[in-house]
Structures are given as structure tokens and as C-alpha cells.
Design a protein around this ligand. Structure first.
Ligand SMILES: Cc1ncc(COP(=O)(O)O)c(C=O)c1O
Length: 372
């Protein structure tokens, strides 16, 4: 049996929607993107949703919107995809890495205070695997120290924290619609915020700093005149991607329920074994983007599973271990003892709606057989 690590859940409706867009003659940011933003805004409950071509772009423009400057420090967890740290470096600002908690593998809120200096400007919590960070604590620290909170929610739609949707908590929340994500448009992202100024800045900066987007200018109600009011970027989403996104959004909760069901089966089967299963506190609902287990023989298990046709992945190689970052920012490995210990043990199992019961049972049996 061959089981890929991920398979996007794309059906006839997505295909029809994309074909309709191709036939419409309007391929770049236009009516579908406007509609996608509106529906995403309604879905999360945020006042504003601005689409972008990646979460990396969303994080970049979010930091720009709140005014990050050279020399500023931004605190983020070391267990994340490199994009979270990389965007900070775009400003010649400094990524300050925080260790993670042993249970959720999210930023350890107890260790944030000791990293705050008079140069600290923002915190980027990452809702790892789709489970929200301890947001009450993070928001309280931010308020006390006058810091911005930019959430990296690349894994976290749909997800909740104490009954509130991710996308409505921090100053700006950044989502990813990359091919393997819970809502996939191939490449894509969204920034949500309740702050009109931030939304406006992100909107202008996603298209060269131009005061009006192409849809505004070329649609029937449009006009040719525009002004460049900031030095922006080319970060807009296309209508082809939004056509996909609109359909994915319609079935987002159904897909999450499917993943949650698979996660539940894994967790039940791994109970009373050597396998450590993910922890989701009772006050939050995970998006289950990843199902991360911990074992003592991680490398050997990955190899065995591969031999048996099961692809897995590792999330993540901590930022402080990557040579470029280690050398440039002089990160000291021993400061991240929890992340280091977890990194030796974790691997991610396949978790997506198209997995069949036969495949799920096969994964469970094989993992239990070879895990130590
Ligand atoms: C935690 C995290 N942040 C940011 C990103 C970047 O997302 P994108 O590929 O949409 O730029 C990813 C992508 O894998 C991620 O996992």
C-alpha cells in the first residue's frame, strides 16, 4: 500500500469553479477574490480580510502595517516554518526565538517575559498543527509591554480559542492556503484584522503601493487613474486561486471534521502504547492540520514507515538549528531545551479527508508495530 503524506481534497466543484473563471476572461484579482475575501471575513468574524498570494506575504505586510523598523525585536517560537522568522529579517529587524511548551509544542508563554527588551515590538505566536496558543496570556503580555500580536495561523483554519475563531484575537492574523494546508488554493494567504488602518495598508502594499487595485480600475465602475502612495510589493491573489478558495471554504468545516475523526481514531489506537499523542486543551478546537506523534525511535520509525509505503514528515526543524539563522543571530542551542528534545522525537502522520478506513487502520497497525 502507498499512502502519500498529503492529498489535497479537490472535487468536481473546485474544477468547475476554476474552469468558470478561466472562461470568464478575468484571471487575476477580480470579482472572485472580492467574494472570497467577503466570505472569509464572514467565516472568521473579523472586520477585514485581505487576500494575498501567501501567508509569508501576509506576515510581511502585517509587520509593515504595524511599523516594524530596523533593529526592532520580534519574538516567535523556534518550532515553526522558516517563513515566520524570515519576514522579520526583511526589515533588518531581529527574530528573537522562544522555546516551546512540552504539551502543545506552541510558544511557551512562561518564557516570553524574559525575552522582552526595550527593542521588542511584536510577538508572532504560531498556532502549531492547528491548535491555538495560550492567547489570553500572550495578549496580556502584549498589552502590558505595548507589543503588537501578529498571529501566524498558517495551520489554523478553522480553529477556535475559548469559543472565538482564530482570526479575531490578535492585531492581525495571517493564514496560508498553500497546497497542503487545510484550505488549499495552491498558493495563497489571507490577513484578517479588526483595524481598518492595518487592512488598508496591507491592501495598498499587496499591489505596488497603488491606491486602487486592478479590479477597481478596469471593471465597469472603474477609472484609469491611480496613485502610488507607498513602496509596495506584488503580493495579490488571483481569481483562479480564489475560485478554488470559495469552494474549499464551503467545505472547510466538513474537511476539519473528517481530520478530527481520523485524529480521534489515531489517539484512541495509540492509547496505552509508547506513542505520545497530540494535546488539545478542552477550551480550543484544533484545525487538525497536522497529527504529530512523539516516539523514542523517530528516525528509524520514519524509515520503517517509508519502507511500508507510508509517507510522513517532520514539523519542524527548529529555526535555531538552520545554519543561516544560527550564524547570523548567534542562537545558542541549549536555550531551546524543550524544542531540542521534542525535535528528536516528533513526526507527522498523514491526516486528510481522502484517507480511507483501510489506510487509517494500516497506518495505525504499522506505527504501533515499529514505534519504540
Ligand atoms: C507555520 C507556518 N507559517 C508560515 C508558512 C508560510 O506559508 P506560505 O507558504 O503560504 O507562505 C507556513 C507554510 O508552511 C507555515 O507552516
Amino acid at each position: 500500500m502507498k499512502i502519500p503524506f498529503h492529498k489535497a481534497c479537490i472535487g468536481d466543484n473546485e474544477i468547475e469553479s476554476v474552469v468558470d473563471t478561466l472562461k470568464s476572461g478575468w484571471l487575476t484579482m477580480g470579482p472572485k477574490t472580492v467574494e472570497f475575501e467577503k466570505r472569509f471575513r464572514n467565516f472568521t468574524g473579523a472586520r477585514h480580510a485581505v487576500s494575498l498570494n501567501s501567508a509569508t506575504a501576509a506576515l510581511h505586510l502585517a509587520l509593515k502595517a504595524v511599523g516594524i523598523k530596523p533593529g526592532d525585536e520580534v519574538i516567535l517560537p523556534t518550532n515553526t516554518f522558516i517563513a515566520t522568522a524570515e519576514v522579520v529579517t526583511y526589515f533588518d529587524a531581529v527574530p528573537v526565538l522562544c522555546d516551546i511548551d512540552d504539551k502543545m509544542l506552541n510558544i511557551d508563554v512562561k518564557k516570553i517575559n524574559e525575552l522582552i527588551t526595550d527593542r521588542t515590538k511584536a510577538i508572532i505566536p504560531v498556532h502549531f498543527a492547528g491548535t491555538a496558543c495560550d492567547m489570553d496570556e500572550i495578549l496580556a503580555i502584549a498589552k502590558k509591554n505595548d507589543l503588537f500580536v501578529i498571529e501566524d495561523a498558517a495551520h489554523a483554519v478553522p480553529a477556535t480559542y475559548k469559543g472565538k475563531n482564530i482570526g479575531t484575537l490578535g492585531d492581525i492574523t495571517c493564514f496560508s492556503f498553500y497546497a497542503t494546508k487545510t484550505l488549499a488554493t495552491g498558493e495563497g494567504g489571507m490577513a484578517t484584522t479588526d483595524n481598518e488602518q492595518y487592512a488598508r495598508k496591507i491592501k495598498i502594499n499587496r499591489l505596488h503601493g497603488i491606491s486602487r487595485d486592478a479590479w477597481d480600475r478596469y471593471s465597469e465602475s472603474g477609472d484609469w487613474y491611480y496613485e502610488v502612495v507607498d513602496n509596495g510589493y506584488k503580493y495579490n491573489l488571483t481569481d483562479i486561486c480564489s475560485a478554488l478558495g470559495l469552494i474549499q471554504l464551503e467545505k472547510l468545516e466538513w474537511m476539519r471534521d473528517k481530520r478530527a475523526e481520523i485524529a480521534g481514531k489515531y489517539t484512541a489506537a495509540f492509547k496505552d502504547t509508547v506513542i505520545k499523542t497530540p494535546f488539545v486543551p478542552a477550551d480550543r478546537e484544533s484545525a487538525w492540520h497536522l497529527y504529530v506523534i512523539r516516539v523514542q525511535n523517530r528516525n528509524e520509525l520514519i524509515k520503517k514507515l517509508k519502507e511500508k509505503g507510508i509517507s510522513t514528515s517532520v514539523h519542524f526543524i527548529p529555526v535555531h538549528k538552520h545554519p543561516y539563522y544560527k550564524e547570523k543571530y548567534k542562537f545558542i542551542d541549549s536555550k531551546y531545551s524543550v524544542a531540542n528534545a521534542c525535535f528528536e522525537q516528533y513526526l507527522s502522520l498523514p491526516v486528510y479527508p481522502d484517507l480511507t478506513d483501510v489506510q487509517i487502520d494500516y497506518i495505525i497497525d504499522t506505527v504501533i508495530k515499529y514505534a519504540r
